[in-house]
Ligand binder design. Structure first.
Ligand SMILES: Cc1[nH+]cc(COP(=O)(O)O)c(CN[C@@H](CCC(=O)O)C(=O)O)c1O
Length: 305
Protein backbone atom coordinates (compact mmCIF):
# COMPACT_ATOMS: atom_id res chain seq x y z
CA UNK A 1 0.00 0.00 0.00
CA UNK A 2 3.04 2.27 0.38
CA UNK A 3 3.94 2.60 -3.29
CA UNK A 4 1.12 4.49 -4.97
CA UNK A 5 0.22 7.98 -6.16
CA UNK A 6 -1.91 10.16 -3.98
CA UNK A 7 -1.96 12.42 -0.93
CA UNK A 8 -2.05 11.66 2.77
CA UNK A 9 -2.90 14.19 5.49
CA UNK A 10 -0.12 13.97 8.08
CA UNK A 11 0.21 16.24 11.10
CA UNK A 12 -1.58 19.10 9.40
CA UNK A 13 -0.20 18.84 5.88
CA UNK A 14 -1.32 17.06 2.72
CA UNK A 15 1.85 15.28 1.58
CA UNK A 16 2.70 12.84 -1.20
CA UNK A 17 1.59 9.29 -0.41
CA UNK A 18 5.12 7.86 -0.75
CA UNK A 19 6.53 10.48 1.66
CA UNK A 20 4.17 9.55 4.52
CA UNK A 21 6.81 7.70 6.57
CA UNK A 22 7.68 7.33 10.26
CA UNK A 23 10.87 6.26 12.04
CA UNK A 24 11.37 2.62 13.05
CA UNK A 25 11.81 3.77 16.66
CA UNK A 26 8.26 5.15 16.76
CA UNK A 27 6.81 4.25 20.16
CA UNK A 28 3.48 2.91 18.82
CA UNK A 29 5.30 0.59 16.40
CA UNK A 30 6.97 -1.11 19.37
CA UNK A 31 4.31 -1.03 22.05
CA UNK A 32 1.00 -0.69 20.17
CA UNK A 33 -0.43 2.31 22.01
CA UNK A 34 -2.28 4.16 19.29
CA UNK A 35 -5.84 4.48 17.98
CA UNK A 36 -7.52 4.50 14.61
CA UNK A 37 -10.84 4.78 12.86
CA UNK A 38 -12.42 3.13 9.84
CA UNK A 39 -14.69 5.55 7.96
CA UNK A 40 -16.43 5.37 4.59
CA UNK A 41 -17.32 8.00 2.02
CA UNK A 42 -20.06 7.14 -0.48
CA UNK A 43 -20.90 8.50 -3.91
CA UNK A 44 -24.39 9.53 -2.83
CA UNK A 45 -27.22 10.89 -4.98
CA UNK A 46 -26.05 14.34 -3.85
CA UNK A 47 -22.34 13.78 -4.42
CA UNK A 48 -19.53 12.30 -2.33
CA UNK A 49 -20.19 12.37 1.41
CA UNK A 50 -18.58 10.82 4.50
CA UNK A 51 -20.93 8.65 6.55
CA UNK A 52 -21.33 9.64 10.23
CA UNK A 53 -18.07 11.62 10.19
CA UNK A 54 -18.76 13.36 13.50
CA UNK A 55 -19.41 10.08 15.32
CA UNK A 56 -16.22 8.51 13.99
CA UNK A 57 -14.12 11.52 14.97
CA UNK A 58 -15.76 11.56 18.40
CA UNK A 59 -14.85 7.91 18.88
CA UNK A 60 -11.26 8.57 17.75
CA UNK A 61 -10.92 11.27 20.40
CA UNK A 62 -12.55 9.01 23.00
CA UNK A 63 -10.13 6.21 22.08
CA UNK A 64 -7.21 8.60 22.51
CA UNK A 65 -8.59 9.80 25.85
CA UNK A 66 -8.90 6.21 27.09
CA UNK A 67 -5.28 5.61 25.99
CA UNK A 68 -4.12 8.79 27.77
CA UNK A 69 -3.11 10.35 24.45
CA UNK A 70 -3.82 13.98 23.59
CA UNK A 71 -4.45 14.49 19.89
CA UNK A 72 -2.83 17.85 18.97
CA UNK A 73 -5.70 18.87 16.68
CA UNK A 74 -9.33 19.81 17.23
CA UNK A 75 -12.24 17.63 16.19
CA UNK A 76 -13.11 20.17 13.50
CA UNK A 77 -9.56 20.01 12.13
CA UNK A 78 -9.75 16.20 12.02
CA UNK A 79 -13.14 16.36 10.28
CA UNK A 80 -11.78 18.80 7.71
CA UNK A 81 -8.65 16.66 7.24
CA UNK A 82 -10.85 13.70 6.28
CA UNK A 83 -12.79 15.75 3.75
CA UNK A 84 -9.52 17.18 2.35
CA UNK A 85 -8.04 13.71 1.84
CA UNK A 86 -11.08 12.54 -0.12
CA UNK A 87 -10.94 15.64 -2.33
CA UNK A 88 -7.14 15.55 -2.77
CA UNK A 89 -7.29 11.95 -3.98
CA UNK A 90 -10.30 12.64 -6.20
CA UNK A 91 -12.20 9.72 -4.68
CA UNK A 92 -15.96 9.46 -5.29
CA UNK A 93 -16.33 6.68 -2.72
CA UNK A 94 -13.62 5.34 -0.44
CA UNK A 95 -12.50 4.02 2.89
CA UNK A 96 -10.73 6.47 5.20
CA UNK A 97 -8.18 5.57 7.89
CA UNK A 98 -7.42 8.17 10.53
CA UNK A 99 -4.63 7.01 12.87
CA UNK A 100 -3.10 8.66 15.92
CA UNK A 101 0.21 7.40 17.26
CA UNK A 102 3.03 8.17 19.73
CA UNK A 103 6.27 9.47 18.20
CA UNK A 104 9.93 8.44 18.39
CA UNK A 105 11.51 10.83 20.92
CA UNK A 106 12.25 7.94 23.29
CA UNK A 107 11.51 4.27 23.88
CA UNK A 108 10.72 2.49 27.09
CA UNK A 109 7.21 1.58 28.22
CA UNK A 110 6.39 5.09 29.38
CA UNK A 111 5.66 7.38 26.41
CA UNK A 112 5.75 10.49 28.59
CA UNK A 113 7.37 13.34 26.70
CA UNK A 114 6.82 11.76 23.29
CA UNK A 115 4.82 13.70 20.72
CA UNK A 116 1.40 12.51 19.52
CA UNK A 117 0.74 12.47 15.79
CA UNK A 118 -2.21 12.03 13.46
CA UNK A 119 -2.62 11.03 9.83
CA UNK A 120 -5.56 10.37 7.51
CA UNK A 121 -5.33 8.19 4.41
CA UNK A 122 -8.10 7.19 1.99
CA UNK A 123 -8.39 4.58 -0.70
CA UNK A 124 -11.01 2.72 -2.71
CA UNK A 125 -12.18 -0.38 -0.82
CA UNK A 126 -15.10 -2.52 -2.04
CA UNK A 127 -16.95 -5.32 -0.25
CA UNK A 128 -14.76 -6.11 2.79
CA UNK A 129 -15.88 -9.73 2.99
CA UNK A 130 -16.51 -10.18 -0.74
CA UNK A 131 -19.35 -9.30 -3.10
CA UNK A 132 -20.63 -12.89 -3.06
CA UNK A 133 -20.75 -12.79 0.72
CA UNK A 134 -22.92 -9.68 0.67
CA UNK A 135 -25.60 -11.61 -1.21
CA UNK A 136 -25.11 -15.25 -0.25
CA UNK A 137 -23.73 -14.82 3.25
CA UNK A 138 -20.31 -15.77 4.56
CA UNK A 139 -18.91 -18.76 6.43
CA UNK A 140 -17.73 -18.01 9.98
CA UNK A 141 -15.75 -19.98 12.55
CA UNK A 142 -15.93 -19.62 16.30
CA UNK A 143 -12.39 -18.62 17.21
CA UNK A 144 -10.10 -20.53 19.55
CA UNK A 145 -8.92 -17.05 20.62
CA UNK A 146 -10.91 -15.24 23.30
CA UNK A 147 -11.97 -11.59 22.99
CA UNK A 148 -10.32 -9.27 25.48
CA UNK A 149 -11.42 -9.11 29.07
CA UNK A 150 -12.77 -5.58 29.46
CA UNK A 151 -10.06 -4.75 32.01
CA UNK A 152 -7.15 -6.28 30.16
CA UNK A 153 -7.33 -4.02 27.15
CA UNK A 154 -9.71 -1.12 26.79
CA UNK A 155 -12.41 -2.52 24.50
CA UNK A 156 -14.21 0.78 23.94
CA UNK A 157 -11.01 2.22 22.46
CA UNK A 158 -10.37 1.32 18.85
CA UNK A 159 -6.82 0.70 19.93
CA UNK A 160 -4.05 -0.55 17.63
CA UNK A 161 -2.98 -3.10 20.25
CA UNK A 162 -6.44 -4.67 20.38
CA UNK A 163 -6.02 -5.90 16.83
CA UNK A 164 -3.42 -8.60 17.37
CA UNK A 165 -6.33 -10.55 18.88
CA UNK A 166 -8.38 -9.81 15.74
CA UNK A 167 -5.50 -10.67 13.40
CA UNK A 168 -4.91 -14.07 15.02
CA UNK A 169 -8.61 -14.92 15.03
CA UNK A 170 -9.04 -13.89 11.39
CA UNK A 171 -5.90 -15.75 10.27
CA UNK A 172 -6.96 -18.93 12.07
CA UNK A 173 -10.41 -18.79 10.48
CA UNK A 174 -9.20 -18.06 6.94
CA UNK A 175 -6.41 -20.66 7.22
CA UNK A 176 -9.19 -23.17 7.87
CA UNK A 177 -11.19 -22.03 4.83
CA UNK A 178 -13.69 -19.74 6.54
CA UNK A 179 -14.34 -16.08 5.68
CA UNK A 180 -14.17 -14.60 9.18
CA UNK A 181 -13.91 -15.39 12.90
CA UNK A 182 -16.45 -14.95 15.68
CA UNK A 183 -14.90 -14.40 19.11
CA UNK A 184 -16.31 -15.34 22.50
CA UNK A 185 -15.68 -13.31 25.63
CA UNK A 186 -13.83 -14.55 28.72
CA UNK A 187 -17.08 -16.02 30.09
CA UNK A 188 -17.73 -17.93 26.85
CA UNK A 189 -20.50 -15.69 25.55
CA UNK A 190 -20.47 -14.30 21.99
CA UNK A 191 -18.61 -10.99 21.70
CA UNK A 192 -18.08 -9.94 18.07
CA UNK A 193 -16.26 -10.68 14.86
CA UNK A 194 -12.57 -9.96 14.32
CA UNK A 195 -13.58 -6.61 12.79
CA UNK A 196 -17.35 -6.53 13.06
CA UNK A 197 -20.34 -6.50 15.41
CA UNK A 198 -22.77 -9.44 15.35
CA UNK A 199 -26.55 -9.55 15.11
CA UNK A 200 -28.81 -12.64 15.12
CA UNK A 201 -32.53 -12.86 14.39
CA UNK A 202 -34.95 -15.36 15.96
CA UNK A 203 -38.72 -15.36 15.44
CA UNK A 204 -38.59 -11.83 14.03
CA UNK A 205 -36.66 -10.34 16.98
CA UNK A 206 -33.11 -9.03 16.54
CA UNK A 207 -30.48 -9.74 19.20
CA UNK A 208 -26.96 -8.39 19.63
CA UNK A 209 -24.38 -8.92 22.39
CA UNK A 210 -24.46 -6.18 24.99
CA UNK A 211 -21.17 -4.27 25.15
CA UNK A 212 -20.13 -5.98 28.41
CA UNK A 213 -18.97 -8.82 26.15
CA UNK A 214 -16.08 -6.63 25.06
CA UNK A 215 -17.37 -5.70 21.61
CA UNK A 216 -16.57 -2.31 20.15
CA UNK A 217 -19.49 0.13 20.27
CA UNK A 218 -19.89 0.05 16.51
CA UNK A 219 -21.29 2.99 14.58
CA UNK A 220 -22.79 0.63 12.01
CA UNK A 221 -24.27 -1.32 14.96
CA UNK A 222 -25.88 1.93 16.09
CA UNK A 223 -27.12 2.59 12.54
CA UNK A 224 -28.85 -0.83 12.58
CA UNK A 225 -30.65 0.18 15.79
CA UNK A 226 -32.15 3.15 13.92
CA UNK A 227 -33.02 1.00 10.89
CA UNK A 228 -34.69 -1.63 13.08
CA UNK A 229 -36.82 1.05 14.73
CA UNK A 230 -37.84 2.40 11.32
CA UNK A 231 -38.79 -1.14 10.27
CA UNK A 232 -40.77 -1.69 13.47
CA UNK A 233 -38.39 -4.44 14.59
CA UNK A 234 -37.33 -4.99 18.19
CA UNK A 235 -33.61 -5.20 19.06
CA UNK A 236 -32.58 -6.78 22.35
CA UNK A 237 -29.04 -6.46 23.69
CA UNK A 238 -28.23 -9.54 25.75
CA UNK A 239 -25.66 -12.22 26.46
CA UNK A 240 -25.70 -14.60 23.47
CA UNK A 241 -24.30 -18.14 23.47
CA UNK A 242 -22.68 -19.71 20.41
CA UNK A 243 -25.48 -22.28 20.17
CA UNK A 244 -28.05 -19.49 20.06
CA UNK A 245 -26.29 -18.42 16.86
CA UNK A 246 -26.50 -22.01 15.54
CA UNK A 247 -30.30 -22.10 15.96
CA UNK A 248 -30.96 -18.52 14.87
CA UNK A 249 -33.11 -17.87 11.79
CA UNK A 250 -30.62 -15.29 10.46
CA UNK A 251 -27.30 -13.68 11.42
CA UNK A 252 -25.18 -10.83 10.06
CA UNK A 253 -22.06 -8.82 10.75
CA UNK A 254 -21.89 -5.03 10.72
CA UNK A 255 -18.93 -2.68 10.38
CA UNK A 256 -17.73 0.30 8.39
CA UNK A 257 -15.68 -2.00 6.19
CA UNK A 258 -18.11 -4.97 6.37
CA UNK A 259 -21.22 -2.76 6.06
CA UNK A 260 -24.06 -5.34 6.53
CA UNK A 261 -22.73 -8.80 5.67
CA UNK A 262 -25.02 -11.81 6.07
CA UNK A 263 -23.66 -14.95 7.78
CA UNK A 264 -24.83 -18.24 6.25
CA UNK A 265 -23.11 -20.66 8.58
CA UNK A 266 -21.13 -20.85 11.81
CA UNK A 267 -18.74 -23.78 12.44
CA UNK A 268 -20.20 -25.63 9.43
CA UNK A 269 -23.71 -25.36 10.90
CA UNK A 270 -26.13 -23.64 8.52
CA UNK A 271 -27.96 -20.66 10.00
CA UNK A 272 -31.64 -20.66 8.98
CA UNK A 273 -31.88 -21.33 5.24
CA UNK A 274 -28.09 -21.17 4.88
CA UNK A 275 -28.26 -17.91 2.94
CA UNK A 276 -29.06 -14.22 3.46
CA UNK A 277 -32.29 -14.02 5.46
CA UNK A 278 -35.26 -11.79 4.55
CA UNK A 279 -34.92 -9.44 7.53
CA UNK A 280 -31.15 -9.18 6.95
CA UNK A 281 -31.87 -8.24 3.34
CA UNK A 282 -34.33 -5.54 4.45
CA UNK A 283 -31.75 -4.10 6.88
CA UNK A 284 -29.00 -4.28 4.24
CA UNK A 285 -31.20 -2.48 1.69
CA UNK A 286 -32.14 0.20 4.22
CA UNK A 287 -28.47 0.65 5.12
CA UNK A 288 -27.41 1.21 1.52
CA UNK A 289 -30.34 3.58 0.96
CA UNK A 290 -29.08 5.64 3.92
CA UNK A 291 -25.37 5.71 3.01
CA UNK A 292 -26.17 6.54 -0.62
CA UNK A 293 -28.35 9.49 0.39
CA UNK A 294 -31.64 7.94 -0.72
CA UNK A 295 -33.25 8.29 2.72
CA UNK A 296 -33.71 11.98 3.57
CA UNK A 297 -34.39 11.16 7.24
CA UNK A 298 -30.65 10.52 7.65
CA UNK A 299 -29.26 13.29 5.46
CA UNK A 300 -27.57 14.73 8.57
CA UNK A 301 -25.40 11.62 8.76
CA UNK A 302 -23.78 12.46 5.43
CA UNK A 303 -21.02 15.11 5.43
CA UNK A 304 -20.43 16.37 1.92
CA UNK A 305 -16.77 16.68 1.00
C1 LIG B 1 -13.39 -5.17 16.55
C2 LIG B 1 -14.42 -4.40 15.78
N1 LIG B 1 -15.72 -4.50 16.19
C3 LIG B 1 -16.70 -3.80 15.54
C4 LIG B 1 -16.40 -3.01 14.45
C5 LIG B 1 -17.55 -2.23 13.80
O1 LIG B 1 -17.44 -0.86 14.15
P1 LIG B 1 -17.99 0.24 13.17
O2 LIG B 1 -17.07 0.30 12.00
O3 LIG B 1 -17.94 1.52 13.98
O4 LIG B 1 -19.38 -0.16 12.79
C6 LIG B 1 -15.08 -2.89 13.98
C7 LIG B 1 -14.75 -2.03 12.78
N2 LIG B 1 -13.71 -2.61 11.98
C8 LIG B 1 -12.98 -1.66 11.18
C9 LIG B 1 -11.64 -2.19 10.79
C10 LIG B 1 -11.61 -3.06 9.58
C11 LIG B 1 -10.15 -3.39 9.20
O5 LIG B 1 -9.93 -4.48 8.65
O6 LIG B 1 -9.25 -2.57 9.47
C12 LIG B 1 -13.84 -1.18 10.01
O7 LIG B 1 -14.88 -1.83 9.74
O8 LIG B 1 -13.47 -0.14 9.43
C13 LIG B 1 -14.07 -3.58 14.68
O9 LIG B 1 -12.78 -3.49 14.31
Amino acid sequence: MADRDGKIWMDGQLIDWRDAKIHVLTHTLHYGCGAFEGVRAYNTVNGTAIFRLEEHTERLFNSAKILRMKIPFTKDEVNEAQKAVVRANKLESCYLRPLTWIGSQKLGVSPKGNTVHLMVAAWAWGAYLGEEGMKRGIRVKTSSYTRHHVNITMTQAKAVSNYTNSILANMEATDEGYDEALLLDTAGFVSEGAGENLFVIKNGVIYTPDLSAGALNGITRNTVFHIAKDLGLEIIQKRITRDEVYIADEAFFTGTAAEVTPIRELDRIEIGSGSRGPITEKIQTAFFDIVNGRNPKYAHWLSKV
